[in-house]
Design a protein around this ligand. Structure first.
Ligand code: TA6
Length: 305
């Protein structure tokens, strides 16, 4: 792996937790890491900043399980599988985050960013498949660019003869100093499904989303930038999106967090998930022969009061 895709002094492949293959990036503009398992970004820290992603010290690192923290790729369904054929025991949030991806290219940009391209082997060729033949004709490619900005894109192509519907999200766990002093901006006026209130449809009335208890909301039909204001650190994390019409905002709060055995005891106080996605009524229906690419760009600024 390292001989084929490593970049001298900048991108090193080695064995990470659980014996899984991990890439580590160290450049003038950032440090970062990712696993081939799930095409999962586990760290990104632009020069001059604290780490931007939360990663649980109690995470699993094992085939068939998702890493807790970083950026799990949710695909081809979000949450419990409700679209298409429900046979088998489909895992929550799809199979992309639970399986090994293959690297197909690495490079370095003129600006010093490291680019990595991975592809998910067709799921029907995997030995641990649930019966989900409806997705056999989709091919997924993930592009990551680790620089001053973190860019991610999920490109999906329908190689079959019928249209296929899927959901997706970059389930990003953004690190914050204190969730009770954190606000999410950019969603005012947007309708959302309130998962902690029986999925009732509501509208975001306040300027910002705040976190006093569990918040679990897919915001739908929205395309603008979303900003996390981590007031305790005086830092803003800005998420821009292309071809993403949903944003999921999640923090489990104390009680739900206590049920997640792979989360640090106080972990819930130190992250908020803000997820670029296409879920529920924003699911993508891809005609035969077509390709759809959802992408996000994450940047960070420090401010002084
Ligand atoms: O994106 C929010 C959410 O769907 C929540 O409902 C919560 O369950 C979370 O994802 C984590 O899901 P996971 O399967 O990773 O435990």
């Amino acid at each position: 792996m390292h001989n084929d895709f490593g970049i001298k002094d900048k991108l090193v492949f080695a064995t990470g937790h659980g014996g899984l293959t991990m890439g580590t990036i160290n450049t003038d503009v950032c440090t970062a890491s990712f696993y081939l398992h799930g095409a999962h970004v586990t760290n990104w820290q632009p020069a001059g900043h604290e780490p931007v992603l939360y990663l649980s010290t109690r995470s699993n690192y094992a085939p068939g399980k998702a890493i807790r923290g970083g950026i799990p790729i949710i695909w081809p369904w979000f949450g419990a599988k409700t679209i298409g054929d429900p046979k088998g025991s489909p895992p929550a949030h799809g199979f992309a985050r639970n399986r090994p991806w293959d690297i197909i290219a690495t490079s370095i940009s003129d600006g010093g960013a490291v680019r990595v391209t991975l592809t998910l082997p067709p799921q029907h060729e995997s030995s641990d498949k649930p019966c989900l033949d409806e997705f056999n004709d989709l091919r997924a490619v993930c592009e990551m660019e680790f620089g001053e900005t973190l860019r991610m894109a999920l490109q999906v192509t329908n190689t079959g003869a019928e249209a296929i519907t899927y959901e997706q999200a970059f389930h990003s766990y953004f690190a914050v100093s204190d969730i009770s002093k954190t606000q999410v901006q950019g969603l005012k006026g947007i309708d959302y499904l309130d998962k902690v209130d029986s999925f009732k449809q509501k509208t975001q009335k306040d300027d910002v989303v705040t976190f006093n208890s569990e918040v679990d909301r897919p915001y739908l039909d929205c395309s603008g930038a979303v900003t996390i204001d981590d007031k305790a650190s005086q830092r803003k994390i800005i998420i821009n999106r292309d071809h993403s019409n949903s944003v999921i905002v999640w923090n489990p709060g104390l009680e739900t967090a206590a049920k997640l055995s792979d989360l640090d005891a106080d972990g819930w106080q130190h992250f908020v998930c803000v997820e670029a996605g296409n879920v529920a009524k924003n699911a993508v229906t891809l005609p035969p022969g077509n390709t759809h690419t959802m992408s996000m760009a994450v940047s960070v600024i420090k401010y002084a009061i």
